[in-house]
Write a protein that binds this ligand. Sequence first.
Ligand SMILES: *[C@@H]1O[C@H](CO)[C@@H](O)[C@H](O)[C@H]1NC(C)=O
Ligand SMILES: *[C@@H]1O[C@H](CO)[C@@H](O)[C@H](O)[C@H]1NC(C)=O
Ligand SMILES: *[C@@H]1O[C@H](CO)[C@@H](O)[C@H](O)[C@H]1NC(C)=O
Ligand SMILES: *[C@@H]1O[C@H](CO)[C@@H](O)[C@H](O)[C@H]1NC(C)=O
Length: 593
Amino acid sequence: MGTERNLLTWRLYAVVLKMKLLLTYVLGLFFTGVGYGAEVGDFDHVQRNLQSDATDQPYRTGYHFQPRRNWMNDPNGPMYYNGVYHLFYQYNPYGAVWGNIVWAHSVSYDLINWVNLEDAIYPTGPFDVNGCWSGSVTLLPGDKPAIFYAGIDLKNRQVQNIALPKNTSDPLLREWVKSPHNPLITPPNETDPNFFRDPTTAWQGEDMAWRLLVGSQIKGQGTAILYKSIDFIRWRMIGSLFNSMAETDMWECPDFYPVSTRSRNSLETSDQGELTKHVLKASFNHHDYYVLGNYKTKTDRFSVENDFTLSSSGLRYDYGKYYASKTFYDSAKKRRILWGWINESDSKAFDNKKGWSGLQSIPRSVLLTETGKQLVQWPIKEMEKLRAKEVTTLSKDLKGGSVVEVSGITAAQADVKVSFKITDIAKAETIDHNSVDPQLLCSSKTASVRGKLGPFGLLALASEDLKEQTAIYFHVLKKHGKFVVLMCSDQSRSSLTGGLDKTNYGGFVDMDPRHEKISLRSSIDHSIVESFGGEGKTCITARVYPSLAVGNRARLYVFNNGTVGVKISRLSAWSMRNAQIAPISKRRKPKTN
Ligand SMILES: *[C@@H]1O[C@H](CO)[C@@H](O)[C@H](O)[C@H]1NC(C)=O
Ligand SMILES: *[C@@H]1O[C@H](CO)[C@@H](O)[C@H](O)[C@H]1NC(C)=O
Ligand SMILES: *[C@@H]1O[C@H](CO)[C@@H](O)[C@H](O)[C@H]1NC(C)=O
Ligand SMILES: *[C@@H]1O[C@H](CO)[C@@H](O)[C@H](O)[C@H]1NC(C)=O
């Protein structure tokens, strides 16, 4: 009953949204080209002419966020404000490779369909003349958003600046004004001014003072420096939040937020009840690593439960291509949402040819697991409204050495959920290494190496002859008398094209295969496969560029290349519709001189 009513409300809501989006789009066209250009700083390294005219675009996605063309990297300052979701992102308006970085700006009513607006922040003053790099939004009392971002100043130092909306009554917050106090934070003496960037969302302590972190590196070791302020203008350095023992590069895009140990509700960034833990995420060595710990604003001490672990047996948001992520608290639905930049795995030449580079992951909700030992991530519920035709298989044996096609859906643009039941666990293979790096294990146990209980899973973006396939699969193994579940994503046969990064990724899934079904969800979208193992405990994202398994020639299979049979408890697969991402409004032209 309740569900039906919700569904109806949702449908009505969707209609209103569509009308609003249409209106916004029309207004967007109307405002095209207004008002900037003169104040834009000189980009002396502008790459002109890289706006792609390529018509053959098999790798563009249907429901992932990506701009029309050009380079995109880190998500910046995501927020929910006044009924609208905002996503800013690092963007090169002039080319498909990194450079000329500004904050591009898109808005949405549902995190799925987007309207692209004008760039929000671009170089204008001595404090950011050489670039406007990553940062975050804080909602100040009275619900006033403030952007904190890293500017590259006249001396090429990395400094922290603020921008505020010009008009908080503008529902789309199109224009941003920089503070006359910029730069607010300059690099401390002991820090290399090239390693001081990516301010976090600020949080407020019991003393009402604001705190934020800036990513850095001191004496060759990554760190996050804590700052404190009463008025949000004058900031005082407190010191490193915690000193990791692990060898890390500079910590880029730190993120710091509370998670509830008790309920499924997420917490606002300043929330600090008794029943919370804090997550510290940092991006370094090509991955997004996190630790859990206890943080009290009284002392500003963060005591971690475990240090960063660099091997893929430690905690990462994602064991594949996933970097520079950022969360925000969605007050409308009381959840914390994670955005991440998905890099390409091809060459710059290839990016120039296709005219674009970079995707944003599907927005994922993040929660602590019931055990409190790690986070779980799951595609936001709104994604499911793009699901179209469904095919379902129930309770089916999957013999060792079998490959079964999942037909009847658009395999190149699909969402798949499958769960496997292990019926013969005694046959699991024993591994006796003491410490095993799952990624290395996956590199030797590829989909084409037959094991016992595994590899079994999905073959996404596969060609009919299986010459191309991206395999996402599991192995059930026995280690020191305990059963472990290994999850892998094998890119080695993802494309017949050479010159691509085809690393195999892997991670363990913290679960007991004797009592729990092994589940996998993969969101497949032409050149990306985002996979969620064990209901989101282990996530692996792959970027692949098939040459045969393209468009309606792509196939989806479920397979078992072990010698022991497993059972499919349930498999559901859906064709996915396109998200609507309205064309970008006309951009200012590069200066010709
Ligand atoms: C601020 O935005 C509102 C809503 O779009 C508009 O009515 C108002 O005129 C704007 N104020 C200024 C000073 O531009
Ligand atoms: C940083 O260096 C400047 C210039 O050398 C000096 O005046 C200042 O006292 C130093 N600050 C600290 C905190 O050491
Ligand atoms: C992005 O991908 C390219 C190509 O695989 C690689 O060279 C580069 O190091 C990656 N960047 C990051 C931050 O991982
Ligand atoms: C299964 O393993 C065999 C033997 O190594 C290999 O030839 C075949 O390609 C594998 N099947 C799949 C679906 O990977």
